[in-house]
Design a protein around this ligand. Structure first.
Ligand SMILES: [Zn+2]
Length: 314
């Protein structure tokens, strides 16, 4: 959990991190969220600041209008009325949002997309998720599930996605998928199960990945000219370009911001991806394709923006 006290100007005054320990179950995680939030409000008051609003963002499906964490594979949330629980405990106006949409909101308003009115933020980590931000507001969808770019069908005959369908973008181009594909072709290590990843913002690197070559290493090996890595990397870039071309057809944005672990591959990702995306566009305008700049604090900053927005339009 990344937590911060953020000023009305968007500046971070104080930041903390706490383990989620999701294996304890959703009730324990909710209790930790509330306790940490209370602690932060207390810290603010002790520092002579006045906490005015609370923003919480979580992964999965989030009903922002009703303040409910509907579903999360990672944390086990099932219809948790987190906004009400938090506002009751802290006595502050509270906004509840989605982690990737909040990260996109922060990148669009404070980060790499700040000069654009229409931004598509795509987080590529264990999974792939996106946020479509227009005029500083991220679309939530009718059911809190907008932006699941990772589940665009790009390879009907491709590997089975964590969602159960073959050929989703994140089954081919997420950091986890790149590592898995490399291990499969290299014949090293059993491929771990895909798992329904709804946390596009976090990089691959837990558990089973330890014995596997990571996506970042695949990118580095591809840049160094290794044949197998080059093949795997090219497959991922082509699939990503297909997904982004679909995104651009739908959203017609000025800027696409790529975040998450895989986006740190730098020119090794952005150069071939720009070319592949350009190849796929016909009449659509080519968007600017840029790396995220706020790092793994984007979601936390986005939570603060949601809280500040709530004060403006209660
Ligand atoms: Zn899927």
């Amino acid at each position: 959990m990344k937590c911060a006290l953020v000023g009305a100007d968007g500046a971070v005054r104080h930041a903390e991190r706490h383990p989620t320990d999701a294996e304890r179950g959703p009730d324990a995680v909710v209790e930790t969220i509330l306790t940490v939030a209370e602690g932060l409000a207390g810290k603010a008051r002790a520092d002579g600041l006045t906490p005015t609003a609370l923003g919480i963002v979580v992964p999965g499906v989030v009903d922002e209008a009703h303040g409910v964490a509907v579903w999360s594979a990672n944390v086990g949330f099932r219809d948790v009325p987190l906004r009400e629980l938090a506002s009751t405990r802290l006595g502050l106006p509270t906004a509840l949002g989605h982690d990737v949409r909040a990260g996109g909101l922060a990148e669009a308003r404070l980060g790499a997309g700040r000069d654009a009115g229409h931004v598509l933020f795509v987080a590529i980590g264990t999974g792939i998720a996106a946020a479509h931000v227009v005029a500083g507001s991220a679309a939530t969808g009718a059911h809190g599930a907008a932006g699941e770019l990772g589940h665009i069908l790009v390879r009907p005959d491709g590997p089975v996605c964590g969602c159960g369908r073959p050929g989703c973008l994140e089954a081919i181009a997420s950091a986890a998928a790149v590592a898995r594909r490399y291990a499969e072709l290299a014949g090293t290590g059993a491929a771990p199960p895909a798992g329904p990843a709804s946390d596009g913002g976090s990089a691959a690197g837990s558990g089973a990945a330890r014995t596997m070559v990571t996506a970042a290493e695949v990118a580095a090996r591809a840049a160094a000219g290794e044949e197998l890595a080059t093949r795997v990397w090219r497959e991922a870039v082509e699939a990503l370009a297909d997904g982004l071309a679909t995104g651009q057809a739908l959203y017609d944005v000025e800027t696409i911001v790529l975040g998450g672990g895989l986006a740190q591959a730098g020119a090794g990702l952005f150069d071939p991806l720009r070319v592949a995306l350009r190849d796929r566009l016909t009449f659509h305008r080519e968007p600017r394709l840029v790396p995220a700049v706020l790092g793994d604090e984007a979601g936390c900053l986005g939570a603060a923006l949601l809280a500040l927005d709530k004060l403006e339009t209660p």
